[in-house]
Every structure is written in structure tokens, then in C-alpha cells.
Design a protein around this ligand. Sequence first.
Ligand SMILES: [Zn+2]
Length: 177
Amino acid sequence: MKTVFVDVDTQIDFLFPAGALYVPGAVRLLPAIARLNHFAAAQGIPLISTTDAHTEDDPEFREWPPHCVAGTTGQLKPAETLVGAGQTIVEKQALDVFSNPDFPGLLDRVAADRYVVYGVATEYCVRCAILGLLATGKPVALVTDAIAAVNPEEGARTIAEFTARGGTLTTVSEVTS
Ligand SMILES: [Zn+2]
């Protein structure tokens, strides 16, 4: 059974309180994200890290404060989330990673039997990723102690929607043991 980890938008602007679009509490996820990504590298588990990479006048900024502008520090991933070999960074300009036309081809190449997903924010980019991956027909597990929501009630609603569609819930210790 080939597992692929999907690390969603764990970028400086979202993870740190001084970031342009901080997800409340997300800074506390950093050790968990680092542990998951390094576990993937050590075990030879393919790791897909999605990243927002916006232009300065990106249309998304009509709805959201400017964030993750390509070329800025805030767009970068924290060093502890970068593991090198086996990690593929996928850039996107919208909430949904499936908006990147190369993403489906990447999924074909990694040929996962199962996805393990974590990152931010639960009810936005993580939601797009988990529902899109479920729609590929493969099992998807969401790491509940390695996600953070902008609005906790919306986050809980997303988790309920995901499990109602057949997604499963897991934890950092469960996937790294
Ligand atoms: Zn964005």
C-alpha cells in the first residue's frame, strides 16, 4: 500500500503570527508538520507540499488580504518543513490545488493507494485538497492534530463533511508510528 503525504500551504504567511494571513494557532503545528515531513523523507514516502504563490495584484486579493506573494519571505515554507529528496512543491494561485493543471499528472505519477493530508487552513485549502483527493477514488486520511482552521466551527463542519464522504481521521503519532 503506497501512501503519499500531502502538506497543504504550510507557509510563513499562514503559520506565524506576524505572517500576512495568520491562521489562529497555526504556529503550534510547526513541530507536527516538521515531524510528518521528516518522517516521510526518512521512510521514502512521497511528499507533496502545496504552496500559494500569488502575484502582487492577484485577483484572490479582492477577497483576502495580500499573502504569499511570490518572491517574499512570507511565501516561503519554514526551513523545518523542507526535507529535500522526495518532496515535490506544487505552486497554485487559488485555494484549490487542483486548479494547477499539472497536479492531476503529478498524482498519476506518484500512484498513491492512500493520501495522508495536513496543513492549513482546514476549511479552505485543506478542504479543497481532501475533497478533491477523495474524488479521485483513493482513501484519504486527515491528520487532525496537524491542521488549523481560520474559524473553528467552519473547521469542524469541514471535518464532518469529509468523514460523511468517506474520509478518515488520524493523528500525527498514528501515522508516524
Ligand atoms: Zn492564497
